[in-house]
Design a protein around this ligand. Structure first.
Ligand code: AMP
Length: 412
């Protein structure tokens, strides 16, 4: 027996989840034996004069650490993260690390499930840059950097679009010339898929049912916002489209507008395409309507009698209601509606207003249950209501870790 044979194999049960944005990297290290979090953190303002790294170890009694220093690029960011994890005895060189799971925003039609990254996979993610110019390049950089640090480790791409690839063509196609649409890959892809998948499944669990037996409307209401209709665990419709601009009123995005608004602003308003892009993505939605995109601030202003804030809230709710009604019609039968993300999990007035007046559809919210503040998934509908209304905190990182670990298992 050689000396190496006498060493018991290390069980690789950890997954590092990376969410790489254009100037930020969010990360979580999880132990998949019990889905516990070992460390979480964030690097912001990468490439700027002073970047910020915030690292929180959640095991071993370590303290939250925060520092500001120049971090030139994603490689430097990941090295800094690696150093922080190493200081907690959780280094990326650990044999306990099973894989790195990456959030990738756009997987097009090709990626319908989490995928181990190969050169071909990276090339395909690269090919999708024209339809996700803000996100996919950063995701690619994150993957390449992680590969350089641990070339031996499986890197898994978990796509925001994957959950929506089950949408029928009737929902996924825009009614535009087919040849043009196909040539430029113009269709509805949907986003926030990891959250919609997680929340629809958790909602079934909360009700003690199998996802296959449930029709659920998921309302992911964060700074970005999207709705989805999920039949038997499969997405059949979602509100975001070619890009995350379509659908609900969001923090800074308009959601649905007549496409002719773009021509009008260009021809009559003299705006360039880039200016209209910025207007609709960054200066619209709640911020465009009333100057604030934080629902807490909007509610505070409404309480003080602010009319612009009240109108912004009404427009937000009106759009939400239209989608609830539309998805009710798409599904035919609805078993549950789940509210999630920053606004959906925290803003009781939004939940109350969104279902107000929909009693004929079997929808109601119990005032007392709705007012409870909790991090737990919970029902807020009264017992008599035909449709369960739930608040289900989303956990995209856990979902990415689960999907990653399910794919690579324990490679030791
Ligand atoms: P997310 O994108 O999911 O992180 O959600 C961020 C948004 O959630 C913020 O812009 C706020 O509008 C909203 N939010 C967070 N906490 C609360 C709260 N306690 N009450 C109302 N809205 C909240």
């Amino acid at each position: 027996m050689t000396s190496t044979e006498s060493i018991p194999p290390v069980t690789a049960t950890r997954v590092l989840v990376l969410n790489s944005g254009s100037s930020s990297v969010k990360y979580q290290l999880l132990d998949m034996r019990d889905s516990s979090r070992l460390a979480v953190g964030l690097v912001e303002r990468i490439g700027e004069e002073t970047s910020r790294l915030k690292h929180t170890p959640l095991t071993g009694g370590g303290e939250e650490r925060e520092r500001e220093e120049p971090i030139a690029d994603h490689e430097a960011a990941l090295k800094a993260v690696s150093a922080e994890l190493t200081a907690d005895g959780l280094g990326l060189d650990s044999p306990e690390l099973a894989a790195i799971g990456h959030r990738v925003v756009h997987g097009g039609l090709k990626f319908t499930a989490p995928t181990v990254v190969t050169d071909e996979v990276l090339a395909e993610i690269q090919r999708l840059v024209p339809v996700a110019p803000l996100h996919n390049p950063a995701n690619i950089t994150g993957i390449r950097t992680a590969q350089a640090l641990r070339p031996d480790l499986p890197q898994v791409a978990v796509f925001d679009t994957a959950f929506h690839t089950t949408m029928p063509e009737s929902a996924a196609r825009y009614a535009i010339d087919v040849a043009t649409a196909d040539q430029h890959r113009v269709r509805r892809y949907g986003f926030h898929g990891t959250s919609h998948a997680y929340v629809s499944r958790e909602t079934a669990g909360l009700l003690g049912k199998a996802p296959e037996d449930m029709n659920v409307i998921v309302l992911h209401l964060g700074n970005g916002a999207s709705a989805s209709a999920v039949r038997g665990g499969r997405c059949v419709e979602t509100s975001m489209g070619l890009t995350p601009l379509e659908g609900l009123v969001m923090g800074t995005r308009s959601g649905d507008v007549d496409p002719a608004v773009v021509f009008h602003l260009a021809r009559v308003g003299g705006m360039s395409i880039d200016e209209v892009d910025t207007l609709l993505n960054k200066k619209s939605g709640l911020v465009g309507l009333c100057g604030d995109n934080d629902m807490r601030e909007i509610r505070r202003r409404i309480d003080e009698g602010d009319e612009a804030a009240a109108l912004a809230f009404d427009i937000y709710i009106h759009r939400l209601k239209k989608y609830i009604g539309a998805y009710y019609a798409v599904l035919g039968r609805v078993d549950a509606i789940a509210f999630t993300a920053g606004v959906g999990e925290n803003a009781a007035p939004v939940r109350e207003a969104a279902v107000a007046g929909l009693e004929e559809l079997g929808l109601a919210v119990d005032g007392e249950l709705n007012a409870v503040r909790s991090d737990e998934a919970r029902l807020i509908s009264p017992e008599y209501a035909r449709v369960a209304v739930a608040v289900v905190p989303t956990d995209e990182e856990l979902e990415i870790a689960r999907q990653t670990y399910a794919l690579v298992g324990n490679p030791s």
